[in-house]
Design a protein around this ligand. Structure first.
Ligand code: 3HB
Length: 325
């Protein structure tokens, strides 16, 4: 599929050209992400683009590459580290396999809703987790939420964890997600987003871990019947910059980027928080049966996460201690 073939990265992006009349540098940045152009992360990328343009007085331009056009998340991260791409919105799930403290964001049921998660991105521990990317040539800037996670099932109405026995459920490739579902009795298959539609359509998987935005933007309602609104995770992308490119910029320009990212992150979290009801309705209007599962039924598996992942990494433990109520 498209996601497994890396398209060659575009020519080096950084573009500190010689400077305008005011003698300040101009930039032609590139940003890559995995989601389709109707998904919130793409809308947030467009918001970031506008903010950059306005805040820099037109010195900062941004070209956005959605839908895995530049390859898998692994490919994109490599392009960002090398500086051929300036920015990426990369799933915390993918990052958990290369920077272990990102597993913290996959702690089941850590947040009640997106408003809580939007506040959590400002906490010290969340910033410390962003800081762990430096050694990989990446500057972790902020978090963008795609909405709360749900479980979609092709043709079985799963009402409790026990009903998942014998089902093969797709997870975004990531150890903590695999652990959560296998501890609850399901079999898992790790598949990146662009490979999910055909896997469920052809019956390779019986269901998936997903969010409402991606369920709509990828039209999974065409191929699954049941949607359990569990709200078990908040699904962050990490907005990151190429350290090689970022470190070269004047402080004023770094600050413009940080402020533009913050505005875009806030826009995406607050917009998405207001859409959950509408998105559930969109899915039922498209023929899915939407229902809820009591979080208490999954409490034992959330506890297993804390017991396994807390001791693995002090930042994960700090995250659990900060946000679990
Ligand atoms: C995913 O389920 O892997 C995924 C979902 C998103 C955005 C990116 C990846 O909403």
């Amino acid at each position: 599929g498209a996601s497994s073939t890396a398209t060659p990265a575009p020519a080096p992006a950084t573009g500190s050209t010689t400077g305008d009349a005011a003698n300040k540098p101009t930039y032609n940045f590139k940003l890559a992400h995995i989601t389709p152009p109707t998904h919130m992360w793409h809308l947030a990328a467009e918001k970031f683009k506008e903010e950059l343009d306005q805040r820099s007085g037109g010195r900062m331009k941004l070209e956005i590459y959605p839908s895995s056009q530049l390859g898998t998340e692994a490919d994109m991260v490599q392009q960002i580290a090398s500086g051929s791409v300036d920015f990426g919105f990369i799933t915390a799930a993918y990052l958990s396999s290369r920077a272990p403290s990102y597993a913290a964001w996959l702690a089941p049921y850590a947040f009640k809703d997106l408003d809580e998660a939007n506040k959590a991105r400002k906490e010290e521990v969340s910033k410390k987790i962003l800081g762990t990317l430096e050694e990989q040539g990446l500057v972790g800037l902020d978090y963008f939420f795609a909405g709360q996670r749900v479980m979609l099932f092709k043709d079985k109405e799963v009402l409790k964890p026990e009903d998942m026995a014998g089902l093969k459920l797709r997870v975004t490739p990531s150890p903590p997600l695999t652990d959560f579902y296998t501890s609850a009795g399901a079999a898992t298959e790790g598949l990146p987003l662009p490979e999910v539609y055909s896997a469920v359509q052809t019956g390779v998987i019986d269901g998936m871990d997903m969010d409402l935005d991606a369920a709509i933007t990828n039209k999974y309602y065409e191929v699954v019947k049941y949607g359990a609104v569990t709200n078990h995770m908040v699904w962050p992308a990490v907005a990151m910059a190429s350290k090689a490119n970022f470190d070269k910029m004047p402080d004023e320009d770094k600050q413009i980027i940080r402020d533009a990212i913050d505005a875009a992150a806030n826009f995406s979290a607050t917009t998405r928080a207001g859409q959950e009801e509408e998105f559930k309705k969109t899915l039922s209007d498209n023929g899915m049966k939407m229902y809820e599962i009591d979080p208490a039924l999954f409490a034992p598996y959330a506890k297993q996460f804390d017991e396994k992942y807390g001791p693995k990494d002090p930042l994960i433990q700090e995250f659990i201690d900060t946000f679990r109520k």
